[in-house]
Design a protein around this ligand. Structure first.
Ligand SMILES: [Zn+2]
Ligand SMILES: [Zn+2]
Length: 283
């Protein structure tokens, strides 16, 4: 069985393609189950930037759209679940508002993401006079730890995304081993999953989230994994699974998890998807 538990809809303002096209892409890539996890609506004052999150007025539309896709995709054998990508943010005032939104629907799956590059977090770092890479990375993982302990989330998404959008100059996991291992240990103690997010291979350091070294530490600690492509386009469904699934096996992982009605379900770690046929070079 193959699953992809992280993808978006155009309602967030920065993704394209109808949900049904994502489900058809899953069928094409021999993926049996997909979970939509569009970005949770946030107050703009919390997020600092308009147009990159679903407006609250569209939340019911999102839920109806996914329900409709679930029905249609059932006909061709792809199960479609309805999740949400919630935010991790240090200001608890904003979290209260988000919790009210989360409570409006019995989601299948709730991701927890700290989007360190968004204005809200960059401003927080500035206000708290955190200027150096070391401090920023430490704060980032400490806020993730708080997120894990909050009990809000089923899986922590793209766990080292702080490396990607220029928030820090350099990210070497070995230089932050203590706080990263603490984060991994907290996942295990709180029984929360960590996401392997393959979209990292497309941007920034061109490395999977989390970094392969963090995967080693996660395997040692016994962290449970979910996996997602973070697709913002139907063609990205299952992207890089053919590279990352064998890597996970190499690291010692044998299981993968997905969630239905917030219940965690184990599957055997799938085999990699077939490689794209190598393109013949012209003579
Ligand atoms: Zn997005
Ligand atoms: Zn995200």
């Amino acid at each position: 069985m193959r699953v992809d538990c992280h993808m978006h809809t155009p309602l967030c303002g920065h993704a394209v393609g109808a949900p049904l096209e994502y489900a058809l892409a899953a069928l094409d890539r021999k993926i049996d189950l997909i979970t939509f996890t569009c970005h949770i609506p946030m107050e703009w004052s919390a997020f600092g930037q308009e147009g990159i999150r679903m407006p609250l007025s569209d939340l019911d539309r999102y839920i109806a759209l996914i329900a409709d896709t679930t029905k249609k995709a059932e006909a061709f054998g792809v199960e479609v679940l309805c999740g949400i990508e919630a935010e991790v943010f240090p200001d608890l005032g904003h979290m209260e508002h988000m919790d009210a939104v989360l409570a409006r629907h019995p989601w299948d799956f709730v991701l927890g993401s700290l989007h360190a590059h968004c204005l809200s977090y960059v401003s927080w770092l500035k206000e708290n006079k955190v200027k150096e890479d070391q401090g920023k990375i430490d704060c980032y993982f400490r806020h993730l730890i708080d997120g894990v302990q909050s009990g809000r989330y089923d899986s922590m998404s793209h766990p080292d995304v702080i490396r990607t959008y220029g928030v820090v100059n350099q990210f070497e996991p070995e230089a932050h081993e203590a706080v990263i291992r603490e984060f991994l240990q907290t996942l295990v103690e709180s029984d929360v999953c960590m996401e392997v997010n393959t979209s990292g291979l497309n941007k920034g350091d061109f490395e999977v989230h989390p970094d392969p070294l963090i995967m080693d530490w996660a395997a040692e600690a016994g962290v449970k994994l979910t996996m997602g492509s973070d697709s913002h386009h139907p063609l990205s469904v299952g992207q890089h699974f053919e590279t990352v699934l064998p890597l996970l096996r190499e690291k010692g992982f044998c299981d993968l998890y997905y969630h239905r009605q917030r219940e965690r379900i184990r599957i055997d770690l799938p085999e990699g998807l077939p490689e794209e046929a190598p393109r013949l070079l012209p003579d």
